[in-house]
Design a protein around this ligand. Sequence first.
Ligand code: BGC
Length: 455
Amino acid sequence: TVDQLTRVEEVEKYLEPFQLSLEMLQEVSARLRKDLIRGLGKRSHHKAPVKMLPTFVRATPDGTEKGDFLALDLGGTNFRVLHVRVEEEEQRVLKMNSQICAIPKEIMLGTGEQLFDHIAACLGEFLESQKLKGQTLPLGFTFSFPCEQLGIDKSILIRWTKGFNCSGVEGKDVVKLLKEAIHRRGDYDIGTVAMVNDTVGTMMSCGYRDQNCEIGMIVGTGTNACYMEEMKHVKRVEGEDGRMCINTEWGGFGDDGSLNDIVTEFDVEVDKTSINPGIHIFEKMISGMYLGEIVRLVLVKMTKDQLLFKGQMSEALRTPEQFETKLISEIEDGLDNTKKILTTLGLDWEPVDACVVRLVCDTISSRSARLCAAALATLTNRIRTNRKLDHLKTTVGVDGTVYRKHPTIELQKAVCLLAPRCDITFLVSEDGSGKGAAMVTAVAQRESCVRSDDE
Ligand code: BGC
């Protein structure tokens, strides 16, 4: 009906600020390019919103790595312990076994000592069940927060992100905190430790299968990417030769206000009510921890403006964080799903409401995908110009629930437009952060053997 048509038109106007044109995405990519350079610079680094952290990973796998490893994975919703075997003959990384431990909210917001005691206890339990307690295996620790690495086994937490906020950890060496917790127990020990961001783990685990893999990207609870940068551009680390993997921490893009012209009133609200206001502005427009809340805020305002549900709110819609991000992809799956979900949320809907809600979800998730694409294109374009190539063929290892659950075509289409001279293959990493942590540890061991052979 005419009434419904005008309603849809009004809704579209409402959603306009979320629609980013190709020109705008190009502009976003150009701004990020400048921020990458600021982050890499020796003096500009301190104030840079995009931290560009050296990872001390200098080489991707070459297929000769092997051995047994432990891997820890902390940073998403769960904590995981894995026993991983890297097999040279078959070029395979095998997950021998793994265990998931929940991290209760009290621990996520408690003291650092409690957190690391909890981690050490989970690891102990796992070693016991796998009869591995007597061995001291090398350990890869995937710790998915921004860390200033002073070496592969020395890693200072800059700040917590996502839902974590344990006291007494920021500014401290995470490897030391882990080892102290293990020694407090005294019933087992671990070998050498390699610290890994999840993006790096993802890149490295894909790198065993595809040696063109030089970027790792996560679109999950948080978002971030790493890539192989020329050593001569990494001004904060000695040496000019070869490459080093840089953890960009692109989630912090916009923290100096550089994205204020595309940030909507809803983004501002999500940021204000988060546990770390002002921090990780880009991440808050893209990742799973925040997308559901953005959608909820839009729906609330539309309802107040009589554009939805005859102006009638429900308890669930009114409550912060009640609209989970996973509902977005379920709603995108179809109208029948949408209607079921609206009913579960206690809303009294008409068919047109379901269409509007679906449009809102499509819009928010497509903005997330396009922003991610702009950032990714910035990295591939940089690798291409770094190497003075006319054309770059590269692989991106990807992981994260948001990437896995949403149609990725939007992201891929936008990257093609923004990086026309890059031919990009996407490889979804299986168990990336666990297996990747083992790979980093294995490559570090291989490299240190090579170095001592040289001496
Ligand atoms: C963290 C990154 C991490 C990303 C994805 C962000 O909040 O700062 O270190 O890679 O989340 O897990």
